[in-house]
Design a protein around this ligand. Structure first.
Ligand SMILES: Nc1ncnc2c1ncn2[C@@H]1O[C@H](COP(=O)(O)OP(=O)(O)OP(=O)(O)O)[C@@H](O)[C@H]1O
Length: 500
């Protein structure tokens, strides 16, 4: 029988980051290990305490404090040992580096353990549940699959991450509209725009905002049935219902929600029958004036292999995008994160200028930015040193290298030509009319600012022009940037597109 209870509270059981540590022990402890067991399968907090003491001896004080101490044993059930960890990063690190060791110690202490999983969150959930996994992000940095939440979630939605709330979402110019729209929908008032369509590049906060809306709806309108799931999960449910001949149940379930939230809708592109079902679900809910919230990595019209009728439906409501982060937003996010880290690592000193440096240098997505900061704090704590510029460059050299801008002259020429709606050949060609000359100068200016090419090199790429022509062009745009609002706006937009 299908479970009809979609109340958000019922959807919140599984963790955000379940990291299964599968090792050779998955096939069962060795016979030698089995013989040394006392009470088979027993494992208590005390046993974990004993194991921790053993681990302390093996890994040393510093590693122990950083990695093992924050790990809390939760339960051992059906051969699966569950631990709670404060962050994904710690869970992944422990799983990768100490997984075998912990498993070994547990077996030595008589525990019948075959597998371990690390869940982010406190051991005993407070009013809010422990951070939970969304179906779409099932793999972890440890390269292991998430636990089988997909198998046992029945017909409920994906759990929510307790960290993804409006309170923890830092608002800046690039995301203020998306944030305002999300907040409005989160109030659960009369449906004004349907659907709300949020889109943006990787790691810019789409999922964070979706979860924040769901949390807010839960607080403001506990009477509503809210269903949050990824498009992948929607497809999974659909296929399962087809297989089990339970399509009526499936339809009824999806049509009985008050708010349907589907994350990463681009996933269903090219999947014909899933699209068809999604289309019918969508229409049925809109007809009943039920709120739909969708996220995707691009605008509806730009999702390839998505049927036109779906594209047009998705465009019917409010379409808002999360722009690539700017420097101020990145700095704001870093400062907010640092405040939380200070509680976790009170002894750590952070030199002035480090956050500004990171906000300047890491211009990719927020996930990368967060990851860099987490690594930096963990590293500084391990080596017991102040976070200086030098330590930052050492510790994050790979991230910093990967984030170096690699915009090419050709890319700039193409984007600028597109922006001003002229042909590429006219931009590079000899014509001097203003319609072509100004975009050409803008492109030269951006080449100078965003690439490491010299003036003569740039000149060569612009139809063999002399370096003095390039210099003149760059200077002219520099002047116009302060006196002509339109040029300033064009430059900002182009720079953002090129750096995205
Ligand atoms: N404005 C913000 N304030 C605070 N944290 C943010 C912000 N934007 C993104 N983040 C954080 O960055 C990480 C990535 O965000 P999220 O998962 O929401 O990205 P996404 O847009 O869904 O990416 P993807 O396309 O990969 O699914 C999350 O940890 C999220 O909390």
């Amino acid at each position: 029988m299908v479970v009809f209870c979609l109340k958000l509270l019922g959807l919140l059981a599984a963790p955000k980051a379940q990291m299964c540590h599968k090792t050779k022990a998955e096939t069962g402890p060795s016979s030698a290990q089995k013989t040394c067991e006392g009470k088979r399968g027993q494992m208590t907090d005390d046993t974990w305490g004993t194991i921790q003491q053993d681990l302390l001896k093996t890994v040393g004080q510093n590693n122990f404090k950083t990695w093992i101490e924050p790990v809390n044993f939760s339960e051992l059930k059906d051969g699966v040992a569950t631990f709670h960890v404060p962050t994904n990063f710690i869970g992944n690190y422990v799983s990768q580096n100490y997984g075998d060791l912990i498993l070994h110690q547990m077996t030595q202490n008589g525990a019948d353990v075959q597998r371990m999983q690390f869940k982010v969150g406190a051991k005993t959930p407070a009013t809010r549940p422990a951070p939970a996994a969304s179906m779409k992000k099932t793999s972890t940095a440890a390269g292991v699959a998430a636990a089988s939440d997909s198998a046992d979630m029945g017909m409920t939605g994906a759990p929510l991450d307790a960290r993804f709330t409006f309170d923890s979402f830092v608002v800046g110019k690039p995301n203020e509209l998306a944030n305002a729209a999300a907040r409005r929908v989160g109030e659960g008032g009369p449906v004004t725009f349907n659907p709300l369509f949020l889109y943006g590049g990787v790691g810019l906060g789409k999922t964070h905002l979706m979860h924040a809306i769901a949390w807010e709806l839960q607080a403001q309108r506990p009477d509503l049935n809210v269903l949050y799931l990824s498009a992948e999960q929607f497809m999974y449910r659909f296929v399962q219902a087809l297989r089990d001949r339970k399509m009526m149940d499936f339809k009824e379930l999806f049509r009985s929600v008050d708010v349907l939230m589907v994350d990463d809708v681009q996933f269903i592109a090219g999947k014909d029958s899933t699209q068809e079902e999604f289309f019918h679900t969508f229409n049925a809910l809109v007809d009943q004036n039920k709120q739909i919230i969708i996220s995707a990595d691009r605008a509806p019209g730009e999702i390839k292999d998505l049927e036109d009728r779906i594209k047009s439906r998705l465009q019917c409501g409010l379409v808002v995008d999360l722009h690539p982060t700017d420097y101020e937003l990145r700095l704001g996010i870093l400062q907010t994160k640092v405040d939380t880290y200070r509680a976790q690592y009170p002894e750590l000193q952070l030199q002035d200028g480090v956050l500004e440096f990171l906000a300047h240098r890491i211009s990719t997505n927020v996930r990368v930015l967060e990851g860099a900061l987490t690594r930096l704090f963990a590293f500084a704590s391990l080596v017991g040193r102040e976070i200086t510029m030098e330590l930052t460059q050492d510790c994050l050299s790979d991230v910093l290298r990967a984030s170096e801008r690699k915009v090419s002259v050709e890319e700039i020429q193409r984007k600028v030509a597109e922006h001003y709606n002229i042909r590429l050949s006219d931009m590079i060609g000899p014509k001097r009319v203003r319609t072509f000359a100004r975009p050409r100068q803008v492109a030269m200016y951006l080449c100078k600012k965003l690439t490491s090419r010299s003036l003569p090199e740039i000149g060569r790429r612009f139809g063999g022009r002399d370096h003095t022509t390039v210099m003149h062009g760059v200077r002219r745009i520099e002047e116009l940037r302060t006196s002509d609002g339109q040029i300033a706006e064009d430059l900002e937009l182009l720079r953002r597109t090129l750096e995205a």
